[in-house]
Design a protein around this ligand. Structure first.
Ligand code: NAD
Length: 497
């Protein structure tokens, strides 16, 4: 066990929380305790918000180039410490080291570099004399202290997605990571300090959602709440923020459809389905969860996906040969298993998986790659987020039917369409209601492009210049350029000489 130096990072200092509740960070792949600390209580949140408030004055007035330079230094520091971050992310999340080395950490560094550039590129309309007598221009100003709340599935990337656009735009932040996976969020804040980002600009409070999360959302000095997590919690946060007229940014759950038309490359689609469904053991808000396959390809697709799943290696997360790690907790594993069992009881066929592996993996929260057929469109495995390595396959006959089924859940985060036809690709990308539609792929992202949802998957964008804009207020400045005391428009109000 790493001896904890505290999971709170407030005003530039790492320390334990004051709630009195001790919490252990457990490697879910082994059951070993990785770290243990006292969680944050309302007092810690209060202190962190005060620290962010105090830092706002100077940080919001730092030049774009100063903010950008600090982020460039941060990216370099993270690069130097890639391995340390990859290991901490793997140990606390049960993620295979190959994934954290090749996806989580480099993705985060790329994001830091992108926002270093974005800090110097605030966008807006051209200044001009729109009224004729005034020069109008737009100022893009930071919102204030942002309360950010992140989930456990990609702890480092989620911390980065929340913090970077906010601080690039001149805001200061109090971040609450999931108490299950706080390690890399605190390490990220420490690295930012070392890179020259002033104390108080990034604060981390590690605590439970119901105590620290709630204290953050309802704090009067939090100007904006940026949340990534489940739709249920997002809804509650939106209700509370509405009462206080706070800006909210919500990145919520997903249930991505994966539509395979009969002209698709079967091998590409099958491989894409396995990678898209099993990345991070399926604990990915954009994971492929519902494969709709046109009937002529359906049997071959199911067979091919099943065969590829047979080859997926579950194993110790520190082994670079391991493809899939464990789920985040035994509770999460049991929840996934219960959904699969309910589908089986309702008449679906579990073609592969549907159980936990035995042997040496028994002490971890592992669950086998699982393929289900014969589930009804309105059943919970098709409608609800499972957040585990489970893919459901359903056949379809016509393009109209496929697009209707793809849109037939409350979610709308991501989707993919597999076809060689430019017409079908165009129609799918237009008609699928989701924040991202991939054509002939599923999962890749780019820091330059937005990530965010439609429907119950929330609103607001992470990554890209759109995210930068979300963390700004727009102010219109209108300057008289005539110098005339008696202006023509005054006569509309009063005509006295
Ligand atoms: P969760 O909603 O349970 O928790 C997310 C965060 O909110 C955690 O830090 C938690 O402590 C906090 N929280 C919980 N209750 C709270 C409350 N009442 N007030 C304030 N904060 C509270 O989600 P999770 O289980 O950590 O993560 C999985 C979910 O996140 C999935 O639904 C997944 O789809 C979603 N997710 C979405 C995206 C996206 O970009 N749309 C990305 C990653 C994960």
């Amino acid at each position: 066990m790493v001896s904890s130096t505290g999971q709170q990072f407030i005003a530039g200092k790492r320390r334990p929380g004051t709630s009195g509740t001790r919490h252990s960070v457990v490697n879910p792949a082994t059951g070993e305790v990785v770290d243990s600390d006292i969680l944050a209580g309302p007092e810690d949140v209060h202190e962190a918000v005060a620290s962010a408030r105090a830092a706002f004055h100077d940080w919001s007035k730092a030049t774009p180039s100063e903010r950008s330079l600090a982020l460039i230094r941060l990216a370099d520091l993270l690069e130097d410490r890639s391995e340390e971050f990859a290991r901490a992310e793997s140990d606390s999340g049960g993620k295979p080291i190959r994934l954290t080395r090749e996806f989580d950490v480099p993705g985060t560094i790329d994001n830091v570099r992108f926002f270093a550039g974005a800090a110097r590129n605030p966008e807006g309309r051209a200044a001009a004399e729109y009224s004729g007598d005034h020069t109008s221009y737009v100022r893009r100003e930071p919102v204030g202290v942002v309360g950010s709340i992140a989930p456990w599935n990609y702890p480092l990337q989620m911390a980065a997605w929340k913090v970077l656009p906010a601080i690039a735009a001149g805001n200061t932040v109090v971040l609450k990571p999931s108490e299950l996976t706080p390690l890399t969020a605190v390490m990220f804040a420490e690295a930012a300090q070392e890179a020259g980002i002033p104390d108080g600009v990034i604060n981390v409070v590690t605590g439970s959602g119901t105590i620290a999360g709630q204290a953050l959302v309802t704090h009067p000095d939090i100007a904006m709440v940026s949340f990534t997590g489940s739709t249920a919690v997002g809804r509650r946060i939106a209700e509370q923020a509405a009462g206080m007229v706070k800006r909210v940014h919500l990145e919520l759950g997903g249930k991505a459809p994966f539509v395979v038309f009969d002209d698709a490359d079967l091998d590409a689609a099958s491989r894409g389905a396995v990678a898209g469904a099993l990345i991070n053991a399926g604990q990915d808000c954009t994971a492929a969860t519902r494969a709709y396959v046109q009937r002529p390809l359906y049997d071959a697709f199911v067979q091919r996906v099943a065969a590829l799943m047979d080859d997926v290696r579950l194993g110790p997360v520190d082994d670079p040969a391991t493809d899939m790690g464990s789920l985040i907790t035994f509770n999460q594993r049991d929840r996934v298993a219960a959904m699969v069992e309910a589908a089986r009881a309702a008449g679906a066929t579990v073609v592969r998986g549907g159980r936990s592996p035995g042997g040496t993996l028994e002490r971890g929260a592992y669950y086998e790659p699982t393929l289900i057929t014969g589930a009804a469109q309105n059943s919970p495995v098709v409608q609800q987020e499972i957040f585990g390595p489970v893919l459901v396959c359903i056949p379809f006959d016509s393009d109209d039917e496929a697009l209707r089924l793809a849109n037939d859940t409350p979610y709308g985060l991501a989707a993919s369409a597999w076809t060689r036809s430019v017409l079908r690709a165009g129609r799918a990308s237009r008609e699928i209601q989701a924040g991202c539609v991939w054509i002939n792929d599923h999962i890749p992202m780019a820091s330059e492009m937005p990530h965010g949802g439609y429907k119950a998957s929330g609103f607001g964008k992470d990554m890209s210049a759109y995210a930068f804009e979300e963390y700004t207020n727009i102010k219109h400045v209108m300057t008289d350029i005539t110098g005339v005391p008696r202006k023509a428009w005054h006569d509309v109000v009063f005509t006295s000489h």
